[in-house]
Design a protein around this ligand. Structure first.
Ligand SMILES: [Zn+2]
Length: 546
């Protein structure tokens, strides 16, 4: 990218002049307007008529039309396919068939059959739909091979032709970013397929299932799984060498490890101590899966706010929020409609309000903005992977991603929680932006969960693009325990029908979040330099180009 220093100098001066000073309050009228706009959008997107906005359903398509209509009202340019606001996302859907599923272990005369839904669930094989395998089992810890940490769960065992039994996550001794990278299912699938494993059993652990019991999510097995299709029409990130994968509850662990060198209790003690070893398991497992496959199209909804600088306007800051949720599901207290209000009507509404603030701002912005309401996040960040891999603007001109996902707006807070700011110069940008809105940053209270790889910014990160993601704050002005409220939300409402419009919501806090994202956008847009990965960032080192 060629830039004249003159332009850069003028820009920096103009931007400084226009920006609110550090410690500035958000003007009351702006905040009230934002709160009202966000409430209006959330009350529409979270309504029962939208049927939980599952990708591939009428409810999602109505939500997409609503977002396109808001873009049009704001005056944003269409930036999807063929001059429209919609970017088509080709997907394949798989609905599992209970009758075609099986998980059994035989050891000598002993035959164990596990119970579908109560104890295990098969994944969909998107290449063939139906598969069945019988093979010896091998325990491979967390299936992590990280040479520069001198860690190899595959050392001393051979997984070729076998079914691998695997625990979630990655070693707690790794720095958070690397732990997140290696905990990701894609890295595990890749590692196992490369080594010739033919199947995989992902086993729950006591700590994880104490936080979110198996029984809470298992009844929703009827919901479709999805993959995106690549340019050749094949399922992307599917690893078909792993012919059958199943997930199983920690409740069956004792039976899986029976007759083997270590008991389940010993394995979980080793997990806690960070001293897992790998070993062959006694017996042979049979795994079967069957699903009905079909192909469909969903849409990302994309708009553009053009920048003012002839050269820099070719560069884009991509603001994202996923529009989809999980649709209908198993009844909880008689309710089968999963509205997805915090997840992610709220994030979508926050993104729309950020777009309004940018479009209405008296400032001019050198760089351009893109706003992308993403599909199929709940199916594995599929809309984001599609956009990051095949953007509707030149890929090397995308300078940053600002994502908004399930902020969890709990009340009148004085803070926001930044995710991923330690990896790039967007950390500095975020600090300046919150100072302009008179709020503070609270460090992520659960860094070990590494939310940075679990929402739509991660496909952009993997494409080398620095990203930031703000979650709603926890410091309540009335002194209440905000962290406890967020924890209660995650246990009682997250991905359940009660994430609906009947929960307590405080709209001005979402307005503040939109304002901070607007300030972040403004600072990136008018900085002479594009955001950079920090030299010591694992993600920058692994994926970065700039
Ligand atoms: Zn979400």
């Amino acid at each position: 990218m060629i830039r004249s220093t003159l332009t850069a100098g003028v820009l920096a001066g103009a931007a400084l002049f226009m920006q609110p000073p550090a410690g500035a309050q958000i003007p009351d009228a702006v905040l009230a307007g934002s709160a009202a706009n966000i409430e209006a959008d959330v009350r529409f997107l979270g309504d029962d008529l939208l049927e939980g906005r599952e990708a591939g359903t009428r409810g999602f398509d109505l939500a997409a039309l609503y977002v396109a209509t808001q873009y049009r009202l704001i005056g944003l340019e269409p930036a999807g396919d063929d001059g429209s606001y919609f970017q088509s996302v080709p997907l394949i859907r798989g609905v599992r068939d209970r009758e075609g599923a099986r998980f059994a272990i035989t050891r000598g005369d002993e035959a164990l059959e596990f119970v579908f839904e109560d104890e295990y669930l098969p994944a969909v094989n998107f290449s063939t739909g139906e598969e069945s395998i019988s093979a010896p089992m091998v325990f491979v810890g967390q299936a992590v091979a990280a040479p520069h940490h001198d860690h190899d769960d595959f050392a001393g065992v051979d997984v070729a032709g076998k079914i691998a039994v695997v625990l979630n996550s990655a070693p707690a001794s790794f720095p958070d970013a690397e732990r997140a990278y290696y905990a990701h299912r894609i890295e595990k699938w890749r590692a196992l397929e490369e080594r010739g494993a033919v199947g995989m059993i992902t086993l729950g652990d006591p700590e994880r299932e104490a936080k979110r019991p198996w029984s809470l999510d298992a009844p929703n097995w009827k919901r479709p799984f999805m993959r995106r299709l690549d340019a050749d029409g094949r399922p992307a990130d599917d690893f078909p060498g792993l012919r059958v994968r199943v997930s199983a509850s920690v409740g069956i662990a004792e039976r899986v490890f029976a007759g083997s060198p270590y008991t389940a209790a010993e394995v979980f003690a080793m997990l806690e101590a960070g001293e897992l070893v790998s070993f062959d398991l006694a017996g042979e497992a049979t795994l079967s899966t069957r699903a009905t496959l079909d192909r469909l199209e969903s849409s990302n909804v994309v708009a553009r706010l053009p920048g003012s600088d002839p050269a820099l306007s070719q560069e884009h800051i991509v603001m994202t929020a996923h529009l989809d949720h999980v649709g209908f599901g198993a009844p909880v207290n008689g309710d089968t409609l999963y509205n997805g209000v915090q997840d992610n009507a709220m994030g979508t509404a926050t993104m729309l309000e950020t777009a309004r603030l940018l479009a209405d701002s008296p400032e001019s912005f050198a760089r351009s903005f893109l706003f992308v309401a993403l599909t199929a996040e709940e199916k594995g960040l599929l809309g984001a992977y599609h956009y990051a891999n095949t953007p509707t603007v030149p890929a090397d001109g995308i300078v940053a991603n600002v994502n908004m996902d399930m902020p969890v707006i709990i009340g009148d807070v004085t803070d926001v929680i930044p995710i991923g700011i330690e990896h790039s110069t967007l950390g500095d940008v975020t600090e300046r932006a919150v100072a302009q809105a008179d709020i503070v940053l609270t460090p992520d209270p659960a860094p070990e969960e590494v939310v940075f790889v679990r929402s739509d910014q991660y496909p952009f990160v993997r494409a080398g693009i620095p990203a930031v993601y703000l979650k709603g704050g926890v410091k309540l002005r009335d002194g209440g325990d905000g962290e406890a409220i967020v924890k209660a939300f995650r246990a009682k409402r997250y991905h359940l029908p009660s994430d609906d419009l009947d929960q307590p919501l405080y709209w001005p806090a979402a307005g503040r979040l939109a304002y901070v994202n607007y300030r972040i956008g403004s600072l990136i847009a008018n900085d002479p330099e594009r955001p950079q990965w920090l030299p010591d960032s694992f993600f920058g080192q692994t994926f970065g180009k700039h």
